[in-house]
Design a protein around this ligand. Structure first.
Ligand code: A2P
Length: 277
């Protein structure tokens, strides 16, 4: 469904915003990280873990006098059954989109192109015992969706979320997410018995320090979780983070014998880069 509505942007020029959705909630975690919720288009169907294009109109081009949509890929950080759509975003001072997006308030409008896609979906993985969600920074967003998706607990006996950030303040939205998931009316009970949360920081001291790749390769992760048998028979993985994380995790998972999957060819693990908003 394409909705049309009139909004007033910072340029004070009323424009018609295509695919407009209304912001319902905004929370800032740090000076570089925030989350927001928007209304859900009535016709939008998506699979938990997918992403959509989100944006605002650009400033007026001084030459052409026109504005154009500034869009970036954002993972939907709420489950497929939710009434509203949640997103996590970084704030980049000179970022074309996030320098503006970070100022949105409830009642404002954003553009949301209703064409969800992505590889971090259950359809891309074959059945197994455990699912691992490996994330850094805002790469946790698709897992915020999948953790509240009942299918995750139907398909797996154990669900392990790892989240690495530079400092403790950046871990906060993951901590809130895990708390909410364990209290969720739909999946809370299952999550309490199946969900394991493993946060690490890499620059600020915390209970567990180090890159997830380091603690995985040196055996600390498995020792902490008392897991002795990580392999292609028991384990499935989804990875979402920086290019570095994705490249390193691909190498590590393949060394354990896991095979990359896709929507058209389900496998043992899938990877998607955390999008820069
Ligand atoms: P580090 O602090 O050691 O670079 P960023 O804020 O740069 O997006 O990074 C988010 C988190 O991802 C940081 O904790 C960072 O650790 C970590 N990280 C970056 N590259 C990798 C990688 N190749 N493998 C694992 N973790 C990584």
């Amino acid at each position: 469904m394409t909705e049309q509505s009139t909004v007033t942007l910072t340029t004070a020029t009323p424009v018609t915003l295509p695919d407009a959705q209304t912001v319902t909630e905004v929370e800032h975690y740090t000076d570089s990280l925030f989350r927001f919720r928007v209304t859900r288009p009535a016709s939008l169907r998506f699979r938990s873990g997918e992403f959509v294009m989100i944006g605002l109109m650009s400033d007026l081009d001084p030459v052409t006098g026109k504005q154009k949509p500034l869009l970036r890929a954002y993972s939907i950080a709420s489950p497929a059954w939710d009434d509203t759509l949640q997103f996590y975003s970084i704030k980049v001072k000179d970022g074309p989109l996030t320098s503006k997006l970070q100022h949105i308030k409830p009642g404002d409008q954003v553009i949301l192109r209703p064409k969800p896609v992505g590889t971090l979906v259950h359809d891309a993985l074959t059945p197994a015992k455990r699912i691992w969600f490996f994330s850094t920074g805002t790469g946790i967003a698709p897992f915020a969706s999948l953790l509240r998706e009942p299918e995750t607990y139907e398909r797996f006996e154990q669900v392990i979320l790892t989240h690495s950030c530079r400092d403790l303040a950046e871990l906060k939205f993951g901590q809130e997410l895990v708390e909410e998931t364990k209290n969720d009316i739909l999946v809370g009970e299952e999550a309490q018995s199946k969900l394991i949360y493993y946060p690490t920081t890499t620059r600020e001291p915390s209970a567990k320090m180090g890159r997830i790749t380091t603690v995985l390769e040196d055996g600390t992760l498995f020792a902490d979780l008392k897991i002795a048998d990580f392999n292609a028979e028991n384990d499935r993985a989804m990875v979402c983070g920086s290019m570095g994380l994705n490249t390193d995790m691909k190498r590590i998972l393949e060394a354990y014998g896991l095979r990359e999957g896709a929507n058209s060819d389900p496998g043992d693990y899938v990877i998607e880069k955390a999008f820069v908003g």
